[in-house]
Write a new protein. Structure first.
Length: 709
């Protein structure tokens, strides 16, 4: 005899939690609302513990404990318990709770609630207790649906109802209803799996045993399905009902158990079959028994699809097979902040998970799967040459090491930057910008590893900067000409001038080209960070140099002097230079005049230094003013009273000798014509305004410095 045992059998998650809770709470003063599960044996054991079953809250004393079974109850029960101080131990199945929330929400929005299920079933009665408005219950496709013609309907299902029948009824409602129809498929996923497996087993069996409570709705559905595909279906409430003799002639026997059937009852049936059938190998029978509670075999790194079956404060329970439930810790979920209520709404939905551990128990993670997939997507871009960043975590003699998620990264020493890198340890903790040069640099054989380079990025950027700079310089020198007036920003100053950025190119404004009066410090005229207008003086396209001037756009002091000074004016100035033939007096920056030695005092002077000193301030009268030639002749003695003259003693005329004649520049004696020319020069040029000013003399030294630069 070949025995086929359904994988999806025994307690579902909701029933198991309710039974485990009922057998763990103190029995004193504890009640259960209605039959905990549709199984006579389990109900009897609860009664033996001292837990009483009640049908109404009126039978529960105030202050007692009340267990709400997995079928759930109406809203009024919660309100009554709260009013009377009855402590609720809520074991309502999460799938049922989800349906209750849908009914309460949509009913409150004015929708007509349609429940596809059996009106007498405790779950349906509980759902009706959450309806605030009009509601209907249908259990057959033959029922009259015309009352729904003008209704805005919301359809839900009893969680243990037949999926096929639910689809037929909802299709009929769609045909009848002339307004909106919104369908929530609230049948429990375990119910669907059990029903599909019941069909498959019954198709391939000579006889089928359906084990479960006689008043269990889900067990009844399994029996109905099996009867459609197999002519010999035996419904057993417990192992005591099993009669082996009825199965002697069957070669293939299928065993199906309802959601309210404890595992021990199924095991008893299997053991009885083993005891009475010597031809059935014991190992085969033991494998079947052990397989009831045996966990699925998973592999580390395996990706599975699981369904959320319940939500707790620690996380959610998921099942990939419909039987085994595994806790998915809230830390392993992809969510900003875990909320039990939020995930309770997701009960019944499927999620993809990764197996991250298999020993000592299976551990699943949604977060790790998301991370791996993100890495795979990133790895695809990296293989195509996209830049990525990592932080260096270590080094070896060959280069640097890092990690990109779960992938190790290696950067050879020659690929860190241009040139030889000697001290690799200095890169530990630093961020690196990397790129793989070839797709084969991502090794997928054996240990996955990414071999990358930072040097290629740095060299490309340097080449791009140089190309951009060359292009910018070419455009700059093509557009600029000598004599142009340009605007620039002073970037930095030196002792010999200022570097000014003109359209992004550094131009030099020499210190001698900043002011007509001459300056000692660049910052006396220009301020770093400010913008000024300059005149282009020279453009050296070969050496990529541009000289600019600031003073060339400013008025010269002598151009304004004509408005300030006139012959006969008395002026005040400072002696800035003394020469044998007189002294230069600065009237203002860039404007000076000459006081000839003969105009210093009424007395005869051999040397001006006997009267004047450098820095001495004096008053003088303008004798002559020629702005075109930049000459001012000054007289100090003109402001002094003329002394009384004493008659000079007459000298005897002396014959002039040849040796008395002054020597010329070549060392020879000057002739009479040379002496006359010198006297004229001193009295016409020096006395009448010497053409060389102090600023021009200073400018000569600056020009020499600029030439050196």
């Amino acid at each position: 005899m070949k025995v086929t045992f359904a994988r999806h059998c025994g307690f579902c998650s909701g029933v198991r939690r309710a039974v485990d809770t009922a057998f763990s709470v103190p029995p004193e003063n504890t009640y259960v609302f209605g039959q905990l599960i549709h199984n006579r044996e389990v109900t009897g054991k609860l009664s033996e513990r001292g837990i009483r079953t009640v049908e109404t809250t009126a039978d529960v004393p105030s202050g007692a404990r009340l267990i709400i079974r997995s079928h759930g109850v109406g809203k009024a029960v919660y309100e009554e318990c709260a009013r009377r101080g009855i402590a609720i131990i809520d074991c309502t199945c999460d799938f049922v709770k989800r349906t209750q929330r849908i009914v309460e929400r949509e009913s409150g929005n004015g929708k007509t609630i349609v429940i596809v299920g059996h009106r007498e079933h405790p779950e349906v009665r509980g759902l009706l207790g959450w309806c605030a408005g009009e509601s209907f219950v249908f259990a057959s496709e033959e029922e009259d649906l015309t009352p729904l013609t003008q209704k805005n309907c919301v359809i839900v299902a009893q969680t243990t109802f037949s999926e096929q029948l639910f689809l037929k009824i909802t299709e009929n409602i769609r045909k009848v209803c002339q307004k909106t129809v919104e369908i929530f498929k609230t049948i429990c996923y375990t119910t669907i799996w059990r029903q599909k497996e019941a069909e498959e087993i019954s198709r391939n069996s000579d006889a089928v045993i359906v084990l479960g409570g006689l008043n269990s709705s889900n067990t009844g559905k399994l029996c109905e399905i099996a009867s459609k595909y197999c002519g010999r279906v035996f419904r057993l409430e417990c192992a005591d009902d099993f009669e082996y003799e009825k199965f002697l002639l069957f070669e293939r026997v299928g065993i199906i158990a309802g959601a309210s059937t404890p595992d021990w009852q199924t095991q008893e049936v299997l053991f009885k079959m083993e005891e009475n059938n010597a031809e059935v190998q014991a190992t085969t029978m033991m494998d079947v028994v052990e397989g009831i509670d045996k966990e699925e075999r998973y592999k580390k790194g395996q990706i599975i699809t699981a369904r959320i079956v319940s939500a707790t404060d620690e996380g959610v329970y998921v099942s990939a097979s419909g039987k085994l439930e595994i806790l998915l810790a809230k830390e392993e979920l992809v969510c900003d902040e875990y909320s039990r209520e939020a995930y309770a709404e997701k009960v019944g939905t499927e999620i993809e998970l990764m197996v991250v551990e298999i020993s000592p128990k299976v551990k699943l993670s949604e977060k790790m799967l998301a991370k791996i997939r993100e890495e795979e997507a990133q790895l695809k871009d990296i293989a195509e040459g996209k830049e990525f960043s990592v932080t260096c975590t270590g080094f070896n003699k060959g280069g640097l090491t890092a990690e990109l998620g779960t992938y190790p990264v290696f950067i050879p020493a020659r690929e860190i930057r241009s040139g030889y890198v000697k001290e690799l340890d200095k890169y530990v903790g630093k961020k690196l910008r990397l790129r793989v040069q070839k797709p084969e640099d991502i090794r997928r054989t054996g240990r996955k590893e990414i071999i990358a380079s930072q040097r290629v990025i740095l060299e490309e950027e340097r080449a791009a900067r140089e190309a951009a700079k060359a292009e910018k310089e070419a455009a700059f020198f093509e557009s600029i000409q000598e004599g142009d007036v340009v605007e620039g920003k002073v970037e930095r100053v030196t002792s010999f001038g200022a570097f000014v950025s003109v359209n992004g190119f550094d131009c030099l404004a020499h210190i001698s080209d900043l002011s007509w009066a001459g300056v000692k410090n660049v910052t006396d005229v220009l301020e770093i960070g400010k913008r000024y207008e300059f005149k282009v003086l020279r453009v050296d396209r070969t050496n990529k140099k541009v000289s600019i001037g600031y003073k060339q756009l400013q008025p010269q002091p002598w151009e304004l002097a004509a408005e300030k000074y006139a012959e006969g004016d008395v002026v005040h100035g400072k002696v800035v230079r003394i020469v044998p033939f007189g002294a230069f007096v600065e009237l203002e920056r860039g404007v000076d005049g000459l006081v000839h030695v003969s105009q210093i005092t009424h007395e005869w002077l051999d040397n001006p230094t006997s009267i004047l000193t450098i820095g001495q301030e004096v008053d003088a009268k303008i004798l002559a003013f020629n702005p075109a030639e930049r000459k001012i002749t000054l007289s100090i003695k003109a402001l002094q009273p003329r002394p009384e003259q004493e008659p000079r003693p007459e000298r005897e005329p002396r014959e002039r000798r040849e040796d008395d004649r002054p020597r010329n520049r070549k060392g020879g004696r000057r002739n009479a014509s040379e002496e006359e020319e010198e006297d004229y020069s001193q009295w016409t040029e020096n006395a009448g305004g010497f053409s060389t000013s102090i600023s021009e003399l200073l400018g000569n030294s600056d020009a020499e410095e600029k030439k050196e630069d």
